[in-house]
Design a binder for this molecule. Structure first.
Ligand SMILES: C[S@@+](CC[C@H](N)C(=O)[O-])C[C@H]1O[C@@H](n2cnc3c(N)ncnc32)[C@H](O)[C@@H]1O
Length: 230
């Protein structure tokens, strides 16, 4: 399958609300998987964490609760930022989680500012993900770590249909009210993802050194990228 780009920023209110509902209802499912990886990052409460393109920021809130650490959550979508701020208030997390409008491709943060940079399911949205990857690396402190994960574009229509059928099952099991909106978004995102060889090429081109990447089959195929800055 060829890569078909989707709109980079999720500006629609309906899509943002659907995404918020989805993050909340499936947190119990995703968070234990993320936590397994987080153990190797040795995050401390004194660390500064960045959640790049956090959407409604439910994962940023979990990160702050888990480590009692300060988290900055960014996004470019005004609708996502509104929901993120509401979620932070509702979780009573305003002391630790700050919501900031920022472009992942050209961040306003100084170089070497964060101990841990987290980015989940976003690179596929960005036409030139190299810019975002290099920015994440730039803002990571020496000895800091990044954890990026994202979906892999299916090889063909059969794989695409299978992945969509898996996500539809998940949305229905979790009683996602806006499951149709999510299913359309998933179809667009899977088509906009990078293929495995494109992910590897991207990493070779990037400034990131010292990385480990794993590809996994699940509801859909995805990759986990871990790197420590020297
Ligand atoms: C699929 S959502 C993922 C949200 C969240 N990271 C998660 O794992 O649930 C992708 C998010 O990336 C945001 N986004 C896309 N391009 C961006 C950019 N250049 N800078 C900041 N945010 C961006 C979108 O607005 C959207 O909220």
């Amino acid at each position: 399958m060829k890569r078909v780009l989707e709109p980079e920023v999720m500006e629609s209110r309906l899509e943002s609300e659907a995404f918020d509902e989805y993050q909340k209802k499936t947190m119990y499912y995703w968070w234990p998987q993320i936590k397994k990886f987080l153990r190797m990052f040795e995050i401390k409460s004194s660390h500064k964490i960045l959640d790049v393109a956090a959407g409604p920021a439910n994962f940023a809130i979990e990160l702050s609760k888990q480590y009692k650490a300060k988290v900055i959550a960014t996004d470019l979508s005004n609708e996502m930022l509104i929901l993120a701020k509401q979620n932070v208030r509702a979780a009573n997390a305003s002391k630790l989680v700050k919501i900031v409008k920022d472009d992942a491709k050209n961040m306003h943060f100084k170089s070497n500012s964060f101990d841990f940079v987290f980015c989940r399911y976003t690179l596929h949205q960005i036409p030139n993900p190299l810019l975002a990857l290099n920015e994440m690396w730039r803002v990571t402190k020496p000895r800091g770590k990044i954890f990026v994960y994202d979906l892999v574009r299916p090889k063909n229509n059969i794989e695409l249909k299978q992945s969509l059928s898996n996500v539809e099952k998940l949305y229905k099991e979790e009683k996602i009210k806006l499951w149709r909106v999510m299913l359309n978004a998933a179809a667009d995102s899977l088509s906009a993802g990078l293929a495995e060889n494109e992910v590897m090429k991207l990493l070779k081109k990037s400034n990131i050194s010292n990385f480990k990447i794993t590809f996994e089959n699940g509801t859909f195929r995805s990759y986990r990228l871990i790197a420590t800055k020297k």
